[in-house]
Design a protein around this ligand. Sequence first.
Ligand SMILES: *Cc1c(COP(=O)(O)O)cnc(C)c1O
Length: 383
Amino acid sequence: MQVPFLDLKAAYRELQSELDAIYVQVMESGWYILGDAVKRFEEDFASYCGVRHCVGVGNGLEALHLVLRAWDIGPGDEVIVPANTYIATWLAVTYAGARPVPVEPDEKTYNLDAGNIAAVVNKNTKAIIAVHLYGQPADMDAINQVAQRYNLKVLEDAAQAQGAMYKGRFTGSLADAAGFSFYPGKNLGAYGDAGAITTNDDKLAEKLRALRNYGSKIKYYNDYQGFNSRLDELQAAFLRVKLRHLDEWNRRRSSLAEVYLQKILCPDLELPAVSEWVRPAWHLFVVRSSRRNELEAYLKSHEIDTLIHYPVPPHLSGAYRSLGFGPGDFPLTERLANEVLSLPMGPQLKISMAGLVIQTVNEYGKSSCGLNGKPEHERPEAI
Ligand SMILES: *Cc1c(COP(=O)(O)O)cnc(C)c1O
């Protein structure tokens, strides 16, 4: 039995009648860009996140980029970013013409460590982007506190965390603004590219509505040198349908994560640590092993798909050679890139398949560690 990493077709099958009906409705409407469906999705998503505004845009990268633009962040400015993130977080900064300044993550949660921020703040620092990596919210109270001290804006990169909560509040409502991606594989995924920004800032929302649409508030009257980054009607309509299922689908992810956490007994692996004040969205279930490549190969030979998020940290990627970073500059981030492995996870992953993943990982644990697959606390004391 092949275990897929994520089965998007099964997700479509589950909602097929609703999605097909809405497709016909949009097609028949004769209006395909910035219409009723976008407006209604924006209202629904803002209300879901518990904020005043949602602005639909073309994708997650543009969501982050447009916020930085709206804050007039550009050449000469610096934006603090996690060293340990998907490269889009950094690209949003360089798109704006500013410089990404990486900081190391927290060793347990892999998210931005607020304690590392102060050391890199200088007079050019304008903002912090906090990524809710793998679906677990970053420690936003600590991050906002540092930001306040230095008068910095805070932007959530919530691309992996739709529906996740921090101290009882939803992601998207935890900072000055948040960027979401609705790339098909995200927890709330469209059927093409899509993204959104959420904020409680009226002025910011108004400017973003112009920036996403050629810088114009009134057609053919352009206040800014804007962009073409619009959420289209079809995607908005699909997202509106899927939003109604987000909590239920995140609950299924959570149940699977619970089973993984309880039943994976390979002593060689570090399982994800969940802070007590968060409800993660479990976008990914990421384990860590010093012999990651062996585990990956073993699972592959047993027809279990895995992925690595991410094999090359942005500072070592060809894209950012010009920043002059080298191996050893962010040792924890680099170690994570060599040790993390994402196991199959998704709302359509059957429990029997998760069971197979667990069984196979535990078999690997037995054969590779010689510890009979017993977890640390069940092993006899060394004498
Ligand atoms: C997916 C993702 C993005 C970018 O989203 P796109 O819609 O693909 O542009 C940004 N940041 C993170 C952390 C992501 O996972």
